[in-house]
Design a protein around this ligand. Structure first.
Ligand SMILES: *[C@@H]1O[C@H](CO)[C@@H](O)[C@H](O)[C@H]1NC(C)=O
Ligand SMILES: *[C@@H]1O[C@H](CO)[C@@H](O)[C@H](O)[C@H]1NC(C)=O
Ligand SMILES: *[C@@H]1O[C@H](CO)[C@@H](O)[C@H](O)[C@H]1NC(C)=O
Ligand SMILES: *[C@@H]1O[C@H](CO)[C@@H](O)[C@H](O)[C@H]1NC(C)=O
Length: 532
């Protein structure tokens, strides 16, 4: 692997090449990410190879030689390619703290699967010879079989006739006292953006009055992102819950605030986004985010969620967390329980237990990938509290937005069990155990276990198995969606008392007739991949 790394590759610009060597890359996944970043760089800075002379360091007091600037619209000097490269290098080598193990030491087959699976997400033109997949193989040191060879030809072809507008992503993030997790969050964000393409990303952070140094850290990251062409806004509010009568009204307001730039960019510049990634203060891995985006686009889903976990002190195990929002496709609540008892609906449960994406009526779970179209409609969908005067049950703003997606005909809502999220490092470590090399255990194969097979490797069959679980074919097959349930279990929170949680007796709330028709799950906005 080391050798192939150093091998001279014709079309990789010298700087990018040095960049890889300098980084001391130790895993195929890291190399993949590196290659992809390299590709982003070459795309982002167009004539990369023509500017191989490092610019001289110059004090800001030295008068600028480029006095004949034509454009008065750009009063500040744009960084040179070399300067940008140095920033990018700094950003992408940020070492995550909690999520350090995510991409480290992944099994080689997983790295290969992931590189093929997520190649349609690459948001920039492949190099002119269309051979990026070949590069990945070269860098990972893996032999290609005839199968991957075929795929390569396919994607090379796609590469040569890229004419479609790039897929644009709007990241909306709500933060509050998040100093501790910000470095990891940004480290992940920079890597994911390198794959999706920096110019295709807009990050909107709404920070509601943190009392720690969140703001200071955000400002540092923000200025760095601007230097590489990643657009980024931070809004801060000192408004606290006290100004609102209803807890859900306040939470809806906070979430809508992160969406403001979405509307401003549409109204002001006519810029339309294709996918929204909404995050709370959780710590996903790079491939967690890619998988959610992949599933969202593969299924043309209205809303795509991960699964989140918290520690249950009595059971002494992580249990599914967000049961206030999550409802199965029968309308029944998911349980705060160990994995085998989370889903009540039998067909959903069997998909869940097999780690396959499941259709649900409602979910949120820390990260949700949304189809933005309902937000752009004239009857604009937004986060809101229940219309209590109209007899609507006062569910969470996230349940209500799922209901509104159903109403608007975007009821393709799904959960991706593979993507497991935690809110603290204790749970994080429990749900992301390290992979052990079972091949070295004598008798393992004789006992029926085969290496590299997620169906027989006991580590992969365990619910909280290693993160680099191999993909099964069914995970690439689109879900067959069905129309919505007649009733949905609703546990209201009127917030009249001081109870920090649902305070109304739960009911089966009737859903409108519209949501029970096939038109509620029709594909209205094709966000799929050209070739799949
Ligand atoms: C900020 O919003 C979060 C939810 O995003 C909430 O938990 C927190 O209490 C809010 N902070 C303040 C100061 O109100
Ligand atoms: C399905 O939903 C109905 C209410 O519409 C409920 O009575 C029933 O118990 C639910 N079934 C399961 C398996 O959750
Ligand atoms: C696992 O162990 C076997 C036998 O000791 C070895 O041949 C193999 O390379 C190891 N695999 C990994 C991924 O380390
Ligand atoms: C919904 O459908 C049921 C029977 O299919 C009907 O009785 C009811 O009036 C309908 N409701 C609305 C609001 O159309």
């Amino acid at each position: 692997m080391k050798n192939s790394l150093k091998e001279k590759t014709h079309s990789i610009p010298a700087q990018v090449h040095t960049f890889f060597k300098a980084k001391r890359i130790s895993t195929p996944a890291a190399i993949l990410i590196g290659v992809v970043i390299g590709l982003s760089i070459s795309r982002l800075f167009g004539g990369w190879s023509t500017s191989s002379h490092p610019t001289q360091w110059r004090s800001s007091h030295t008068p600028s030689t480029s006095s004949h600037r034509q454009q008065t619209r750009h009063p500040t000097q744009v960084p040179s390619i070399d300067q940008r490269f140095r920033i990018l290098e700094l950003l992408t080598t940020l070492t995550p703290h909690y999520t350090r193990e995510c991409g480290a030491k992944v099994q080689p087959l997983y790295a290969q699967q992931a590189s093929e699976r997520y190649s349609p997400l690459i948001g920039h033109n492949p190099p002119s010879d269309g051979s990026w997949n070949e590069w990945v193989h070269k860098f990972t040191g893996l032999d290609e079989d005839s199968n991957t060879r075929k795929r390569e030809t396919k994607s090379s072809k796609r590469g040569s006739d890229v004419a479609k507008a790039p897929h644009k992503y709007f990241f909306a993030i709500n933060l509050y006292n998040s100093f501790d997790i910000l470095p990891d969050l940004f480290s992940t964000l920079f890597r994911v953006s390198a794959i999706l393409g920096y110019p295709n990303i807009f990050v909107s952070i709404y920070e509601n009055g943190s009392t720690d140094q969140t703001k200071a850290l955000l400002r540092i990251f923000s200025s760095l992102t601007h230097a590489v062409g990643l657009r980024f806004t931070i809004r801060t509010s000192m408004r606290t819950r006290g100004a609102f009568n209803h807890r859900i009204e306040y939470l809806a307001e906070v979430r809508n605030a992160a969406f403001l730039p979405l509307h401003e960019l549409r109204d002001g510049e006519g810029e339309i986004f294709d996918t929204i990634v909404f995050m709370n203060d959780v710590l996903p891995c790079v491939d967690d985010l890619l998988e959610l985006i992949y599933q969202s686009r593969l299924n043309n889903a209205g809303i795509t969620c991960a699964a989140d976990y918290m520690y249950h002190t009595e059971l002494q195990t992580p249990v599914f967390y967000d049961n206030w929002v999550a409802r199965d496709i029968n309308g029944t609540a998911l349980e705060n329980a160990p994995f085998e008892r989370v889903f009540n609906h039998p067909p959903s449960n069997s998909r869940w237990l097999a780690h396959l994406p499941v259709q649900v009526q409602s979910c949120w779970n820390g990260i949700a990938v949304l189809d933005p179209e309902p937000f752009y409609l004239a009857s604009r969908v937004k986060f809101r509290m229940a219309r209590i005067t109209e007899g609507e049950c006062s569910a969470s703003e996230c349940s209500l937005i799922c209901n509104d997606y159903w109403e608007a005909g975007y009821g393709r809502i799904m959960m991706v069990p593979r993507v497991k999220l935690a809110y603290d490092s204790k749970v994080y470590d429990l749900i992301h155990p390290a992979r052990r090399n079972l091949t070295s255990i004598r008798g393992y194969v004789r006992l029926g276990g085969l290496p590299d097979n997620p169906r027989t490797d006991p580590q992969d069959r365990a619910w909280f198995g290693p993160h680099d679980r191999l993909f099964m074919e069914e995970e690439s097959t689109p879900i067959e969606f069905t129309s919505g349930p007649s009733h949905v279990w609703c546990w209201g929170w009127d917030g009249a008392g001081d109870l920090e949680g649902p305070d109304v007796d739960p009911i089966w709330e009737e859903m409108s007739n519209k949501t029970r028709l096939p038109s509620a799950i029709k594909v209205r906005h094709d966000r799929g991949f050209e070739d799949l």
